[in-house]
Design a protein around this ligand. Structure first.
Ligand code: 5GP
Ligand code: MN
Length: 338
């Protein structure tokens, strides 16, 4: 995003607009934090701003300011389509391709609204008039902070905006641990705390919401964990039957994949989660160092993401998906073998 783009966006936002803001399907903390943070900011400029999420998100995000105003496309399609048609500006946040918003993709592609993408995923598609893409960024929330800063408006950041942006930076950096966390990230976090983000309360709201059943499901996931030491790889499976046993709810498996990566000597971890509803195996991949799970996911599991965190899917059954996974490891022996 260059100076000319910023000048044009400033001009565009100088009078009240009808705006729709969209996060990716199965939104996470960064997707919800960045869309809500941006919505609160735009409302301060007297715009009419509405967030439309493709579908629902985990309960542990449902304390966020004005979270209850978010529309869900899969539940309120007609209302959402009307808003998409009348929108003058559409912001797409925390995703790089309209394929990441499911059924909503067509409505956005055909909309006449001016589109603005803010995102940190690799290989962004070129559908927006204004693209602010930076794969070195920790999170889309960090980029929304920068976006507000580029517009000269950090003085407008209040407690609500700060809390939302803090949340997404925290969740996308694994609480400021991942290598994407820079000194700049910490400086922004410092400013957000100054603006009123209550860091310890936010950590509690996100992290300390385990249900007993989720703990039991984690126990099952850990007992299913397998390691392939020669490829420094660990993986977990969870079948639909196992999810049912522990009364699985959206978000319950969040973070499970990281346990594999925390094993000494392991640099590549995966989790395979069976979904009867979507008729797929949902896959999450994590790595340490230079090994790109984005590339592996794009090549083999119809997905993508970042170098060290990516997702994808498989139409095979759980066992065949795992067999496929194991069979492709030798292709990556240069990176994976100790
Ligand atoms: P997670 O494993 O936590 O679902 O996602 C890890 C990262 O990969 C996130 O940045 C997420 O946006 C991205 N991601 C997850 N699933 C998919 C997918 O199916 N396709 C693509 N392109 N990216 C995904
Ligand atoms: Mn993100």
């Amino acid at each position: 995003m260059n100076k000319e783009d910023i000048k044009n966006i400033k001009e565009l936002l100088s009078s009240p607009k009808e705006i729709v803001i969209i996060p990716h399907k199965n939104p996470d903390g960064d997707a919800i934090g960045s869309t809500l943070g941006l919505m609160h900011y735009l409302k301060k400029g007297n715009h009419k701003a509405t967030i439309i999420a493709p579908n629902d998100y985990p309960d542990f995000l449902k304390w966020m300011p004005s979270e209850d105003s978010i529309l869900k496309y899969d539940q309120q399609k007609d209302d959402c389509d009307a808003l998409l048609i009348s929108a003058e500006i559409i912001f797409t946040l925390d995703f790089n391709s309209l394929g990441r918003i499911g059924d909503m993709g067509d409505a956005v592609a055909t909309s006449e609204a001016i589109k603005i993408m803010i995102d940190h995923h690799q290989q962004p598609d070129d559908y927006a008039q204004f693209t602010y893409s930076d794969v070195s960024m920790s999170s889309t929330c960090e980029m929304v902070y920068n976006f507000i800063d580029m517009l000269g408006d950090t003085n407008k950041i209040d407690e609500d905006i700060a809390s939302c942006l803090y949340t997404g930076i925290m969740t996308d950096t694994g609480s400021f641990r991942f290598s994407s966390t820079t000194s700049e990230t910490h400086k922004i976090i410092g400013k957000l705390i100054e603006k009123g983000a209550n860091n310890s309360q936010i950590h509690n709201s996100i992290m300390d919401t385990n249900s007993y059943e989720r703990m039991q499901l984690l126990g099952r996931a850990l007992s299913n964990l397998k390691i392939i030491p020669e490829y420094r790889t660990a993986y977990i499976t969870l079948s639909q039957e196992e999810l049912n046993t522990y009364n699985y709810k959206k978000g319950d498996t969040e973070g499970f994949v990281n346990y594999g990566l925390s094993l000494k000597g392991i640099i590549f971890a995966a989790i395979f989660i069976e979904s009867h509803q979507d008729n797929i195996i949902k896959i999450s991949l994590r790595s340490k160092g230079d090994f790109s799970v984005n590339e592996l996911s794009r090549s083999h599991f119809e997905g993508g993401g970042h170098t060290n965190a990516a997702g994808g899917k498989s139409d095979l059954n759980l066992k065949d998906t795992v067999d496929k996974f194991i069979s492709i490891l030798p292709n990556y022996k240069k990176d994976l073998k100790a």
